[in-house]
Ligand binder design. Structure first.
Ligand SMILES: Nc1ncnc2c1ncn2[C@@H]1O[C@H](COP(=O)(O)OP(=O)(O)OP(=O)(O)O)[C@@H](O)[C@H]1O
Length: 311
């Protein structure tokens, strides 16, 4: 049973206007399956439709058309039962109250009828100590850690994390990644929306890239690298940059882009072309001072799949 299934989901928002409203299509005929047990990254530029998708998964918004199943159940008719089986870290909602963090976690435990120890959950997210004062005095990162602790209540089968790194310092981001892996090892499916590509690259088995309300890619990061055709960047530091060598490299088979910055040349190419790129610079009039190679980052893949503009 897939953890999440969206079939032909379209979402239109009606925007009222002075001279008649206009409708905005936030999601267009979306088909998406997240398998049980995977860590799935959900990416897209601003306005791509990520929050709309998450709102639909949680039944906070109804699709205009299409079918949505979460943990095998129909979200619109079974939303209460499903919510007990999932943990949600929402984007943009922090805890606001005079209660302490521990009281918040205790409340979440009671609401789910779970038997977690609130102190264990707070300790897992690195929140020892600051519990004596109300959450309205928390920093952004502390509030985010608390929301994560609340999402973990009841060992959920599915964790939906919307921009989980918001406000977290590097230690907090590392803790979050560790928890994602631990939860996944326990058997939970993790659906992870983020703009921070390093986070996604570090933990996700597969990613989907949404752009303008449509899916433009769904695959493992390695498979996306293959399909974009650019699998490496070769960076060469030279004593000078001979134009003829750069032109020659640009014309080599498997080279998709050459960028020069001072005396450093970065060449985007297929793995098979790396050796001929390096050889071409060694054969040139310049001295090769240093050579480094790296795989195409998720950020570069994201750039090649999306239009880079907010919708
Ligand atoms: N309540 C709403 N009423 C009208 N239009 C909306 C509403 N919510 C979202 N939209 C529009 O739907 C589109 C998708 O927005 P959504 O918030 O889902 O994108 P997103 O991918 O989450 O963006 P971001 O990364 O900026 O959070 C945008 O064009 C947005 O303006």
């Amino acid at each position: 049973m897939p953890a999440i299934e969206l079939h032909s989901v379209t979402k239109r928002y009606e925007r009222p206007g002075l001279f008649g409203g206009r409708s905005v299509t936030a999601l267009h005929d979306l088909d998406l399956t997240v398998r049980s047990g995977e860590i799935f990254g959900f990416l897209g530029p601003n306005g791509a439709g990520k929050s709309t998708t998450i709102d639909i998964l949680l039944d906070y918004a109804a699709p205009t058309e299409g079918m949505v199943r979460v943990l095998g159940q129909n979200i619109s008719s079974e939303s209460t039962a499903i919510r007990d089986r999932i943990g949600v870290l929402p984007d943009g909602y922090g805890p606001i109250s005079e209660r302490t963090g521990r009281e918040h976690v205790q409340f979440a435990i009671e609401a789910k009828d779970a038997d977690d120890d609130p102190d264990d959950l707070l300790e897992r997210v690195g929140m020892r100590g600051p519990d004596a004062y109300p959450v309205e005095q928390y920093s952004k990162g502390m509030a985010q850690r608390l929301m994560l602790a609340m999402a973990l209540v009841g060992e959920p089968e599915l964790l939906i994390l919307d921009e989980p790194s918001t406000g977290l310092d590097p230690n907090g981001a590392r803790t979050m990644r560790r928890i994602v892996r631990e939860e996944n090892a326990r058997g939970a499916t993790v659906f992870f929306s983020s703009h921070i590509m390093e986070q996604v690259e570090a933990v996700c088995d597969r990613v989907a890239i949404l752009d303008g309300g449509e899916l433009v890619a769904v695959d493992t990061i390695d498979a996306l690298r293959e399909s974009v055709g650019t699998t490496a960047t070769v960076t060469v530091d030279l004593s000078s940059v001979p134009t003829s060598a750069v032109d020659h490299v640009r014309s080599l088979e498997g080279v998709s882009g050459v960028k020069t910055n001072g005396t450093t040349v970065a060449v985007a190419c297929e793995n098979a072309a790396k050796a001929s790129v390096v050889a071409a610079f060694h054969d040139s009039a310049a001295d090769v001072l240093d050579v480094t190679t790296s795989e195409t980052s998720l950020e570069e893949l994201f750039e090649s799949y999306t239009r880079g503009v907010a919708q």
